[in-house]
Write a protein that binds this ligand. Structure first.
Ligand code: SF4
Length: 237
């Protein structure tokens, strides 16, 4: 199978949109900015209350750091993230008329927004083709042998050359959950649908004795994210 056909078949196994693909560009950029080194479930749990308190970018821009901190203090690096959110909201109001910008160059000007966050926003909020490469995507595509790169940035450039533009949006959607549950640090090759075409030399092919429990946990994680996304969607209506 080619990378394109592998990605197509994986996309059928991972049909859900990204965990934080909920609401408007404002909602998405806040959640993606908060999600650095934090599980999506934690962000989805705090999001309804956060957006009830700060329903628009203007309200967020006018809030104090202490008010923002108070709403996100259940996650890591919350003090730094509160400062970034405040500065980001103020810049969106001041420099972009209160609208989340739609270009990579403008997005990466925002405090706390790097290329990965910007790519996620371009794809999920605006449907602009981009590949958001995080550590999961980087690890998986290098193990598969699709690219041979040492850094996240080089992997992004290589994937942009390798794949057709029409497939860019699928990469992050598929490989983030895949990299969190199957192709983890000690990979679960014993249940991997790409095992026969993967170039990784140290495949872990023997299922552990508790493999049924692991598979149930993976399924309940996916179900949990769906439930939290639905609850957030309803709270934003
Ligand atoms: S076979 Fe193993 S290393 Fe290769 S993609 Fe699957 S889980 Fe990852």
């Amino acid at each position: 199978m080619t990378p394109i056909s592998s990605l197509q078949s994986l996309s059928l196994l991972y049909p859900d949109s990204g965990a934080l693909h909920v609401g408007t560009p404002y909602h998405m950029i806040v959640m993606v900015a908060l999600s650095a080194r934090t599980r999506d479930e934690q962000i989805l749990k705090l999001a309804p209350k956060f957006f009830e308190t700060f329903p628009t970018v203007h309200v967020l821009a006018a809030a104090s750091i202490a008010e923002i901190t108070d709403r996100i203090n259940t996650i890591g690096m919350y003090k730094q993230k509160a400062k970034h959110l405040s500065a980001m909201a103020q810049m969106i109001v001041k420099d972009f008329d209160g609208e989340v910008p739609r270009s990579m160059n403008d997005l990466v000007r925002l405090p706390g927004v790097g290329r990965k966050t910007a790519s996620v926003i371009l794809v999920s909020a605006f449907g602009v083709p981009a590949i958001a490469v995080d550590t999961h995507v980087h690890r998986v595509v290098n193990r598969l042998g699709w690219v041979k790169e040492k850094t996240v940035e080089a992997t992004e450039r290589a994937l942009l050359r390798l794949l057709p533009e029409s497939m860019y949006a699928i990469v992050n959607r598929v490989f983030v959950p895949f990299g969190r549950t199957i192709c983890i640090a000690t990979p679960r090759c014993w249940t991997c649908p790409l095992v026969n075409e993967c170039a990784f030399a140290k495949k872990n092919l023997v299922p552990p004795s508790n493999y049924e429990m692991i598979m149930q946990k993976i399924q309940s994680m996916r179900d949990g994210i769906r439930t939290l996304k639905t609850a957030l969607e309803q709270s934003l209506r």
